[in-house]
Design a protein around this ligand. Structure first.
Ligand SMILES: [Zn+2]
Length: 256
């Protein structure tokens, strides 16, 4: 059903279009045998925001289906393939999706309720949640404030503070960010050639940096954590600031 949401349509038609938009927003495929789900086109990651794949998927044919990622005999994910073609964040979400041993059919479910069934109350909650995302919530304002103070109180040159601030706001030109803006075609880190180059990767988790972090007991311990955003890593470093020199960490990030 394609909706032309122009001013000419009747009230009923516009209402239908809006209802369809809400249902699309909250509906995702629950993976069964993966036969009905197109990897690129459909929403199938189990979360209401970003349930569509953003990985570049350059090695997969255009019309690939989720079943191409599943071993049909063992009903398990093709782990190596998933790790090879998806960015790490998406690969770890996909590999966490449980697969049915009976090879049940794929099913569209309504994500905002645990049972997967639609209710107007949950649709309302979903919509108010979406509109709230436009404005930062109280906790994100607090977090922003803490982040701001922690960076501007550093005893480092201003250009270093500025760079850390941009990193915590995902505003550095990593290959992944450039790929999102269609500036580059590959997100593969040129240094290790084994992972996509997002900000956390380039400043922290790339294997080429491990010798630096292994020279300190605290950062060695932090290596076992997986950080999706630099802001999460920075927050963790702040929690460790009794045992770790955050000024030195900021300078190291600058020199990397
Ligand atoms: Zn790397």
């Amino acid at each position: 059903m394609d909706c032309d949401n122009s001013n000419k349509g009747s009230y009923a038609w516009k209402s239908l279009c809006q209802a369809r938009h809400v249902i699309e927003l909250g509906s995702v495929w629950r993976v069964g045998d993966g036969q009905s789900i197109q990897i690129r086109r459909d929403r199938w990651l189990p979360k209401t925001s970003c349930s569509r794949i953003v990985s570049p998927l350059s090695v997969l044919p255009l019309e690939s289906r989720v079943c191409d990622l599943i071993n049909a005999e063992t009903h398990t994910w093709k782990v190596d393939l998933v790790k090879q073609v998806f960015i790490p964040q998406e690969a770890s979400i996909i590999l966490g999706i449980p697969l049915s041993f009976q090879g049940a059919a794929d099913k569209q479910v309504w994500l905002p309720t645990p049972q997967g069934t639609f209710s107007t109350r949950s649709a309302y909650k979903l919509l108010s949640g979406v509109s709230r995302q436009v404005l930062p919530s109280c906790s994100s304002l607090d977090r922003n404030h803490l982040m701001w103070n922690s960076i501007w109180n550093l005893q480092v040159p201003h250009k270093v503070k500025h760079m850390i601030w941009r990193a915590t706001h995902n505003a550095l030109p990593s290959l992944y960010n450039l790929w999102r803006r269609n500036v580059v075609r590959s997100v593969l880190c040129p240094s290790c050639k084994s992972d996509s180059e997002d900000i956390v990767h380039v400043l922290w988790s790339c294997v080429s940096l491990i010798p630096i972090w292994e020279s300190n007991e605290v950062t060695t311990k932090l290596l076992k954590y997986k950080f999706f955003l630099f802001a999460d890593l920075w927050e963790m470093l702040l929690k460790m600031k009794e045992r770790l020199d955050v000024n030195l960490m900021a300078m190291i990030f600058w020199f990397i």
